[in-house]
Design a protein around this ligand. Structure first.
Ligand SMILES: NC(=O)c1ccc[n+]([C@@H]2O[C@H](COP(=O)([O-])OP(=O)(O)OC[C@H]3O[C@@H](n4cnc5c(N)ncnc54)[C@H](O)[C@@H]3O)[C@@H](O)[C@H]2O)c1
Ligand SMILES: O=C(O)C[C@H](O)C(=O)O
Ligand SMILES: [Mg+2]
Length: 522
C-alpha cells in the first residue's frame, strides 16, 4: 500500500510548495519546472493545468525570454531536436534520431533569429519551441509524446553568443539566403518523409524569413504549415478586437465600420495582425480596399507611405497613398492626424505608449482600445497600471505578456492577454484531428472567431475581451472543433470518420481525444 505521505495528491502539494519556495526567482522556477517535466511529466502537466495563471508565465512568456537569454548557461539535458547547417545533405538521418517518430503529430520550429522582441538568440531560442509545445499539451490536449521541439542552427549574428565559450550552437555568422533556402527545402522534404502526420508551426523567424517561408511552403509542402507570429497573432488580436470594438462602439455610438486602427511596428507580427484585422471590416460587408483603408502603420521611420523610397515588400500593401505632406514621424503627431480608435504595439519599443499618447487616445475616444503586444513584458509599449490610470479606467486593454489585475479608485480591472497562446493550440489540434493537408486562411480566421465567441456572460459582464486563462482547455476544444468544421468545408481534411458529425458530435470527439495527466490535484 502507498504510505499516506507518498499519496499522489500530497506529492502534488509538496511539489507546488517546493516551487513556490523560490519566491520571485522566476528563472529558478523555470529550471525547477523544466527538470520536473523531465523526471515526472504527469506532475508537470498536472501542476501547469491546475494553476495556469501562475505557471504559464513561468514556462512561457515572459520567463521563457529570460530562459532563452541564459539558455547556454542553464542547459541540463536536451529536450528537442537541433538541426544544423552542418547536417545539410543528411537532414533525414538526423530527424530519424527522434525516438517517437510514429507518434509525432506537431512540431514548433524556430531558427532563433527573432526570439520575442529580444533579437537573434541563435540556438538559445530552443525554449520557445519547448514552451509553445507545453501549451499545445496543456492548452489543447496533445499527447506529450506527439510533440517535437526543433531549433534550426543556421549560425547567429549575435556577438554575445559568438563570444560565449558556453554557447551551445555553431560559432559562425548566419548563412546567406540562398544557402538557407536550400537547407529549408531539404528540411521540409525530410520532415514530410520522417513525420508524415506532422503539422509544422514556424516560430520566431526574423520578419523577412517568416513571410518568405510561410509563402514558400504553405501551399506546396507535403505537410500542413502555419506561422504563429503572422497567423496565430493575427487570429488572437482579431478575436480581442472583435470584442473590444463592440465595447468601444457601445460607449461612443460609432458604427463598427468607423473604427480606425493604428499600428506601431510593421514586422511579421504587425503586418500579420493587420491582414487578419481586415476581416473584422470585410465581415461587415466592407470591400477589401475599404477595410485596408481603416489601417495605418508606423515603423521606425514614421507613418508608412507609398512614396517612401526602398519600402520593404511586406510594408507595401498597407502603405498610405492618401498622405502627401512632410513625413510624419512621432506617434503623437500621427495620432493627431489619423484619430484612431485603436492603437496596437508590435514594435519591441518599451514605453512607446507614453502618458501623452495614452491620454490623447482617451481624449479621442470615450473607451480607447490600446493593445501593447510586444513581448516579453520588459518590452511592453506600456503597462496595464499606466493605461488604467492615464485613461481614468476607460481603456480596453490587452497586452502580449501577462499583467496582474489592478485596483483603481476602488474597482478591480482585468487585463486581457492578447497572446497567440489562446489560439495556436486549438488551431493545431483541430488541424491534426482533421488530418488536414493545409492550414487555410479560413481555418485561422474561424479559430479566431471561435475564441471571440467563447466568452462567458460572467466574463463579458466584467468587460473582459479574452476568456480567463483557467478555461484555455475548454476554449481550445471549441476552437479545434470549429477548425475541423472549416477544414471539411474547404475540403482540406482527410479524416473520413469525422465527416458526418454535426458540431456537437465534433466537440465531443475533440474532448474525447484530449490528453490529461493522471496525477490528482484535488
Ligand atoms: N502578443 C503576441 O502574441 C505576439 C506575437 C508575435 C509577436 N509579438 C511581439 O511583437 C514584437 C514584434 O515582432 P516582429 O516579428 O514583428 O518583429 P520585427 O522586429 O520584425 O518588427 C518590429 C517593428 O517595429 C518597428 N520599430 C522598431 N523601432 C521602432 C520605433 N522606434 N518606432 C516605431 N516602430 C519601430 C520596426 O520598424 C519593425 O517594423 C515582438 O516583441 C514580439 O514578441 C507578440
Ligand atoms: O511567444 C509569445 O509569447 C508570443 C509570440 O509568439 C512572440 O513571438 O512574442
Ligand atoms: Mg513568436
Amino acid at each position: 500500500m502507498t504510505p499516506p505521505a507518498l499519496a499522489q495528491n500530497n506529492q502534488y502539494k509538496r511539489t507546488l510548495l517546493q516551487l513556490r519556495s523560490k519566491g520571485e526567482r522566476n528563472l529558478e522556477k523555470y529550471i525547477f519546472l523544466s527538470s520536473l517535466k523531465q523526471y515526472d511529466e504527469d506532475m508537470f502537466y498536472a501542476i501547469l493545468m491546475a494553476n495556469m495563471p501562475e505557471i504559464c508565465p513561468l514556462i512561457y512568456t515572459p520567463t521563457v525570454g529570460e530562459a532563452c537569454l541564459e539558455f547556454s548557461h542553464i542547459f541540463r539535458k536536451p529536450e528537442g531536436l537541433y538541426v544544423s547547417i552542418e547536417d545539410k545533405g543528411n537532414i533525414k538521418n538526423i530527424l530519424k534520431i527522434w525516438p517517437k517518430k510514429a507518434e509525432t503529430r506537431i512540431t514548433v520550429v524556430t531558427d532563433g533569429s527573432r526570439i520575442l522582441g529580444l533579437g537573434d538568440l541563435g540556438v538559445n531560442g530552443m525554449p520557445i519551441s519547448i514552451g509553445k509545445l507545453s501549451l499545445y499539451i496543456a492548452g489543447a490536449g496533445f499527447k506529450p509524446e506527439s510533440t517535437l521541439p526543433i531549433c534550426l542552427d543556421l549560425g547567429t549574428n549575435n556577438p554575445k553568443n559568438l563570444e560565449d565559450p558556453l554557447y551551445l550552437g555553431l560559432r559562425q555568422k548566419r548563412v546567406g539566403d540562398a544557402e538557407m533556402d536550400a537547407f529549408m527545402d531539404e528540411f521540409m522534404d525530410a520532415m514530410a518523409e520522417v513525420f508524415p502526420k506532422i503539422l509544422v508551426q514556424f516560430e520566431d523567424f526574423s520578419t523577412e524569413h517568416a513571410f518568405h517561408y510561410l509563402d514558400r511552403y504553405r501551399h506546396t509542402a507535403k505537410v500542413p504549415v502555419f506561422n504563429d507570429d503572422i497567423q496565430g497573432t493575427g487570429a488572437v488580436v482579431l478575436s480581442g478586437f472583435v470584442n473590444a470594438a463592440k465595447l468601444s462602439s457601445d460607449a461612443s455610438g460609432r458604427a463598427l465600420t468607423d473604427h480606425k486602427v493604428l499600428f506601431l511596428g510593421a514586422g511579421s507580427a504587425g503586418v500579420g495582425v493587420a491582414k487578419q484585422v481586415m476581416s473584422f471590416f470585410t465581415l461587415q460587408g466592407m470591400s477589401e480596399a475599404d477595410a485596408r483603408n481603416r489601417i495605418y502603420f508606423i515603423d521606425s521611420q514614421g507613418l508608412i507611405t507609398a512614396d517612401r523610397p526602398k519600402l520593404q515588400e511586406h510594408k507595401k500593401y498597407f502603405a498610405r497613398t492618401d498622405y502627401s505632406g512632410p513625413p510624419l514621424k512621432g506617434l503623437s503627431e500621427i495620432i493627431d492626424y489619423v484619430k484612431p480608435t485603436a492603437l496596437f504595439g508590435l514594435s519591441t519599443m518599451k514605453g512607446a505608449f507614453t502618458q501623452e499618447v495614452v491620454e490623447k487616445m482617451a481624449v479621442l475616444n470615450p473607451r480607447p482600445i490600446i493593445f501593447p503586444l510586444s513581448n516579453p513584458v520588459s518590452l511592453s509599449e506600456c503597462e496595464f497600471k499606466e493605461a488604467i490610470e492615464w485613461t481614468d479606467g476607460k481603456v480596453i486593454f490587452a497586452s502580449g505578456s501577462p499583467f496582474l489585475p489592478y485596483t483603481y479608485k476602488g474597482k478591480e480591472y482585468y487585463p486581457g492577454q492578447g497572446n497567440n497562446m489562446y489560439v495556436f493550440p486549438g488551431i493545431g489540434f483541430g488541424g491534426v484531428l482533421a488530418k488536414c493537408t493545409h492550414v487555410t486562411n479560413s481555418m485561422v480566421e474561424n479559430g479566431s472567431l471561435a475564441l471571440a465567441d467563447s466568452l462567458t456572460q460572467e466574463e463579458r459582464d466584467l468587460g473582459m475581451i479574452y476568456p480567463r486563462l483557467t478555461r484555455v482547455r475548454e476554449v481550445s476544444t471549441q476552437i479545434a472543433a470549429r477548425v475541423i468544421h472549416i477544414a471539411q468545408e474547404e475540403k482540406v481534411d482527410r479524416n473520413n470518420v469525422l465527416r458526418n458529425m454535426d458540431d456537437h458530435a465534433l466537440l465531443e470527439y475533440v474532448q474525447k481525444r484530449s490528453w490529461y495527466p493522471s496525477v490528482k490535484t484535488t
